[in-house]
Design a protein around this ligand. Structure first.
Ligand SMILES: [Zn+2]
Length: 347
């Protein structure tokens, strides 16, 4: 297996197995959406592989994982432990499927308990909470459009099962000779964990810090009261760890976790400012504000995005408005079932 070099000619999502540090291998697995792939990281140890994240439960992903492990001299039966960063389908559900065949241990952050209880319940409808939020925030037609594409965006509730154990924040995990520190980083999801290998200076960042895109915030059935506030706190907490190579779940390995955290903090500062200005200019609902803003690095209008991404945009705007309300910049009140925002008189 070749050691991974910075190679601008190769795209990060191309299949294969790439050694990113001694005994640590990046295995991109396919996704059926614009993210293209999710990186699973295989850590070698005498007792077998530990995998950070597992991929989406998908035949092609499983075949590629098996082929990659074969290149490393093993197979799915040699995976001893799945350390999953969070309970999104592209990180968690293949671990559950592999466990059914091999009895592999699966661990997840304890903060994901409420979400997992909902998604594994046969009575729960996918994104029910988000669709209700969209309607409360002036985006009923987005909710209707999203309802039509949900089969592409979800897995059946049977793909979800409880993990073997729940990892506490600041847990110290032993993987062969290696020590991993599990750090609670709520924001992307409530129970998101990053795994920090201090000795090797490697940060397995999950979706907390992505190199090319800004992670969605609080897209889960049981989000906290202010997921963006949590996320910004988690970024600052991660910045207090020593700078490290960032091993992200989507995108290429990058040299400095600190550099990317700085960019993400700056991005949200700018978005908070633009969000406040949109309310001051007369936008009333989270949907109005989302329509006034531009989206993605291509600066697209909201209605130029596919429905699922319009949902992400409106929900992300809502979390920015929630932070601005905490800071006293805007106030909200509900009228006829719709939440209205106005600029604070005292601001
Ligand atoms: Zn995620």
């Amino acid at each position: 297996v070749p050691v991974e070099q910075d190679d601008p000619g190769r795209r990060w999502y191309e299949p294969g197995v790439f050694t990113v540090a001694p005994g640590v291998h990046r295995i991109p697995l396919p996704l059926p959406d614009e993210l293209r792939a999710v990186n699973v990281y295989a850590i070698e140890a005498d007792e077998g592989f530990t995998l950070i994240d597992s991929g989406l439960v998908l035949d092609t992903a499983r075949d590629q994982l098996e082929a990659a492990l074969k290149d490393l001299g093993g197979g799915l039966g040699d995976v001893r432990w799945f350390l999953v960063t969070h309970a999104h389908r592209d990180h968690y559900t293949q671990a559950v499927a592999v466990r059914r065949d091999f009895g592999t241990r699966v661990s997840l952050g304890i903060g994901e308990q409420p979400t997992l209880a909902i998604v594994s319940d046969p009575a729960s409808a996918p994104y029910r909470e988000q669709l209700a939020e969209l309607r409360r925030h002036g985006a009923s037609w987005v909710a209707d459009a999203v309802a039509g594409v949900l089969p592409e965006e979800t897995v059946p509730h049977t793909a979800w099962e409880m993990p073997d154990d729940w990892i506490q924040s600041n847990a110290i995990l032993t993987v062969g000779e290696r020590t991993l520190e599990a750090k609670s980083t709520p924001g992307h999801t409530q129970g998101h964990l990053v795994y920090f290998d201090r000795a090797a200076s490697l940060l397995f960042g999950g979706d907390h810090i992505l190199p090319h895109i800004t992670p969605s915030i609080g897209l889960e059935p049981a989000p906290g009261a202010s997921p963006l506030a949590d996320y910004l706190d988690s970024l600052r907490a991660t910045q207090l760890l020593p700078d490290a190579r960032l091993l992200p779940a989507h995108g290429p390995v990058v040299a400095s976790s600190h550099a990317r955290i700085g960019e993400l903090l700056e991005h949200h500062d700018r978005r908070l400012r633009l969000t406040a200005e949109a309310v001051e200019a007369g936008a009333v609902t989270a949907f109005d504000v989302s329509s006034a803003l531009r989206w993605t690095r291509h600066e697209r209008a909201l209605d130029a995005l596919p429905p699922f991404h319009q949902m992400l945009a409106v929900i992300e705007t809502l979390w920015h408005l929630t932070v601005l309300e905490t800071r006293g910049r805007v106030v909200s009140h509900e009228r006829d079932g719709i939440v209205h925002f106005t600029a604070s008189q005292t601001a």
